[in-house]
Design a protein around this ligand. Structure first.
Ligand SMILES: Cc1ncc(COP(=O)(O)O)c(C=O)c1O
Length: 395
């Protein structure tokens, strides 16, 4: 083999796209710890230590709260595959890409899937969910995405949880982009199954998916007629390892558990409320700056915008890809393109976890001004940075 196979050297980017976000330096340091055995007492202690901050970030007392070894999509599978059985009726709220994916998974489990649809950029209103539940008595689960990364929507959950429960259904929630970046109260709001991922507001690499199941969801799992269609995410087996029996199921990725542990430590140290406020403050500065540049935010109502992920409309006559390429090549900043129904129509800007800083907001607005004016977009140079700075200085 050639000896000039070069050493790996990826650039240290400023990651302001839909995820992954920048990994916290403390998380990188934790990942350098040696790998030990999955039954090593020190590793088991680490698993136990991780339980309480995991419950804290979900704001739950749920006993069945574990990290799934895989990315957010596997968290989604763990959530869906464990509670859905062939022949069940499942109502899935679809107003973006990830709702569509949940519907796909529920279908693969053999469920009758009833989709409640809204525009990509609108919230799901409670009324059509209630109508779907009335039309489909015996529905087992209602599924919904809290922060839709494809659209920038932050979905209100409490009313939909109430309606689901009134009709005897569980509420299953995707919190991949919202966990520790938005208010999320699993127990208080009545969320029965919630999953997330490490690479967004937790600022660890992609690779772990925390999930939590309410006692009602655990009862549903215990009463299954047929085993979970997936071996890997079957929580009846996983809890035998994460719980007291310590029975082997799969070799957990130790390094990612170190990362998750440190990421949770950082989140709890900062405090959930201050952390959520930080995400909001920086997102509001970005929104003010983008509007001062003359850009339009895709989600019109601020209370429906998810602070960790902002969708900005691409103005007429602007080549959105050239802007993204310019940001990456000249400013070292990554932002995301729109996809699905919003392909070519929006940019997706993430301000997540460690990357949600005033400095990143200002750097991005300055860089956006540069790239847009190069394509002839008429703007008041410096207006975006000035508008954002006004908010940041008063915060
Ligand atoms: C809302 C949402 N759900 C699920 C996923 C899937 O997660 P992953 O890409 O980590 O598998 C993502 C990823 O971006 C997401 O944003």
């Amino acid at each position: 083999m050639s000896t000039d196979f070069p050493e790996l050297n990826p650039p240290a980017r400023i990651l302001l796209g839909p995820g992954p976000s920048n990994v916290h330096p403390r998380v990188y340091r934790a990942m350098m710890a040696p790998v030990i055995g999955y039954l090593d007492p020190q590793f088991l202690q680490l698993l136990d230590d991780t339980q309480s901050p995991l419950r804290a970030v979900f704001r739950t007392e749920n006993d069945l709260t574990i990290p799934i070894s895989g990315t957010g999509t596997l968290g989604m599978e763990a959530a869906v595959y464990n509670v859905v059985e062939p022949g069940d009726t499942v109502v899935v709220c679809v107003n973006g890409f990830f709702g569509t994916r949940i519907a796909d998974m529920a279908g693969r489990c053999g469920a009758k899937v009833v989709s409640v649809k809204a525009e990509w950029g609108s919230v799901i209103e409670p009324e059509p969910v209630e109508a779907a539940l009335r039309a489909n008595p015996g529905t087992k689960v209602v599924c919904i995405v809290h922060a839709e990364t494809s659209t920038g929507i932050l979905q209100p959950l409490e009313e939909i949880a109430r309606i689901a429960h009134e009709h005897g259904a569980l509420l299953l929630v995707d919190a991949v982009t919202s966990l520790t970046g938005c208010e999320l109260r699993a127990d208080e709001w009545g969320l029965d199954v919630v999953y997330s991922a490490t690479q967004k507001c937790l600022s660890a690499p992609p690779g772990m998916a925390p999930v939590t199941f309410s006692p009602q969801a655990a009862d549903v799992i215990n009463a299954r007629r047929v085993p979970c269609a997936s071996f890997y995410v079957d929580v009846t087996m996983l809890r035998a390892y994460y719980g007291e029996a310590r029975r082997y199921h799969h070799t957990p990725p130790m390094t990612m558990l170190y990362a998750l542990r440190e990421a949770l430590r950082i989140a709890v140290e900062e405090g959930l409320e201050p952390r959520i406020l930080r995400h909001r403050r920086h997102a509001e500065a970005l929104w003010a700056g983008a509007e001062a540049i003359g850009l339009t935010l895709h989600v019109a109502r601020p209370e429906h915008r998810a602070p960790p992920i902002t969708t900005v409309r691409v103005p007429d006559g602007i080549d959105e890809m050239i802007v993204r390429q310019g940001l990456l090549a000249e400013h070292n900043i990554e932002i995301g393109a729109g996809f699905g129904e919003l392909q070519g129509k929006v940019w997706r800007i993430g301000l997540m976890g460690y990357a949600s800083t005033a400095q990143n907001v200002l750097a991005l607005l300055h860089a956006l001004e540069t790239q847009l004016s190069r394509q002839g977009f008429r703007l008041d140079k410096g207006a975006g940075v000035a508008a954002a700075s006004r908010l940041l200085n008063t915060a």
